[in-house]
Design a protein around this ligand. Structure first.
Ligand code: CU
Ligand code: CU
Length: 397
């Protein structure tokens, strides 16, 4: 089972493993390499993977092919794509870019916005863009982050993500970029403009044409988009995971259509678990990880229980489909901020001025992590210690 983690929780070793694998797939830019094959697949099949219901399904298959290619070339089946939660840590640096230079490199520089640092800088000789559209004259990677564009752009917010996750059903007629409601068109970013589309625009440069997988941040971006579909299914067990069965204007977008260039159909990719991967938000909050307002972690396996950092500033543990919560951090409204699993074992809610609003009082247990267990308890566990150091609601007997 591959565990797809938040990129912010990767160790520097894990980051290096990933970029090494990506560079190896590109084979120093030599012709016909697997990386460029995948870029070409994206460019040549745009209408099958975008602007319609198959947006999530087509990219899920596409990401799986990329992940498998990385695993195969490194002969390591544990390699998993990390995701970039673009709503988090937007103030991490002046651009809201959370990646270190040695991981994915930074913003472009000079009048052509050429990426000059990190493993994908042109001067390394390892990252020439060989698959290009007619609007891309240069073979170096380009980025122009939102704050340096005219007019400046900012990334989607947690509230934008929550609004998309609340939208039902999966998609609606006419099943294209004018679909007036539903998860898909909102998350793709057509109604209103934002979300997935905005993130491509925000990174700018090589992330904006149909060859956008030329920028490796594409995979981390789409990994988060894929997680949103997974989260939405968990949040809405009463909804059909994919629509329509028929009636989409382009063949390839109905539930049982093959998605070109593959034979795989949307119906084949509805479950992440069936495809051998899941997300770290299924069940855990690991040291350093943060829950922002509206974010949730679900119990492992059947996702019956979930712990939510709610928009009244409190944590609550719920059983899905049951009207009462099982536990809450407090019963009064609090100023909003974030809930962090701190490295010393304390689970802490702070407001936006960094004042402590609530804590689990479990400091002094380094490396501890929060778990939502399938038996309906939220616990904090320290590695190597059999009993939880914190458990809610308290165990009876
Ligand atoms: Cu795409
Ligand atoms: Cu995209």
């Amino acid at each position: 089972m591959a565990l797809r983690k938040n990129q912010s929780s990767l160790t520097s070793t894990e980051k290096k493993q990933l970029t090494d694998a990506v560079l190896k797939l590109k084979a120093g830019g030599s012709p016909g390499n697997r990386y460029d094959e995948l870029v070409l697949i994206h460019e040549q099949n745009i209408t099958y993977g975008h602007f319609g219901p198959a947006f999530f399904a087509w990219h899920r298959e596409y990401l799986l092919l990329f992940e498998q290619a990385l695993q195969n070339i490194m002969n390591d089946q544990s390699i998993a794509l990390p995701y970039w939660d673009w709503t988090a840590n937007q103030s991490a640096n002046t651009f809201g870019w959370p990646f270190t230079a040695d991981f994915l490199g930074g913003n472009g520089q000079g009048s052509y916005w050429q990426v000059m640092d990190g493993p994908f800088a042109y001067d390394t000789g390892m990252w020439p863009l060989t698959v290009r559209t007619g609007t891309e004259p240069y073979s170096f990677l380009m980025r122009r982050f939102g704050p340096s564009q005219q007019p400046p752009l900012s990334l989607p917010t947690p509230a934008n993500v929550q609004a998309a996750l609340q939208a039902t059903p999966y998609d609606v007629p006419p099943w294209d970029i004018t679909s007036p409601s539903g998860l898909r068109n909102r998350a793709e970013g057509n109604i209103p403009f934002g979300m997935h589309n905005l993130v491509h625009m925000w990174v700018g440069g090589s992330m904006t044409p149909f060859t956008s997988p030329n920028d490796p941040v594409f995979w981390l971006h789409h990994c988060y988009v894929d997680r949103l579909w997974s989260d939405w299914q968990i949040l809405h067990p009463d909804q059909v995971a994919y629509l329509p069965r028929e009636g989409a204007p382009i063949k390839g977008h109905n539930l049982y259509d093959a998605m070109p260039p593959w034979t795989v159909r949307p119906v084949d990719v509805l479950s992440t678990w069936d495809h051998g991967y899941h997300y770290d938000t299924d069940g855990f909050l690991v040291p350093g990880e943060v829950l922002y307002p509206g974010q949730t972690i679900y119990s492992m396996g059947d996702h019956r229980y979930y712990l939510a950092y709610e928009t009244d500033g409190n944590l609550r543990l719920w059983l899905r489909g049951w009207g009462n919560y099982l536990w809450q951090s407090s019963d009064s409204k609090k100023p909003l901020g974030k809930c962090t699993m701190e490295s010393q074992g304390n689970l802490v809610i702070r407001d936006n001025n960094n004042n402590k609003i609530w804590e689990s009082k479990t400091d002094g247990h380094p490396g501890s992590y929060l778990v939502v267990r399938p038996d309906g308890h939220a616990t904090i566990n320290q590695p190597g210690v059999p009993k939880p150091i914190w458990i809610q609601p308290p165990e009876k007997g």
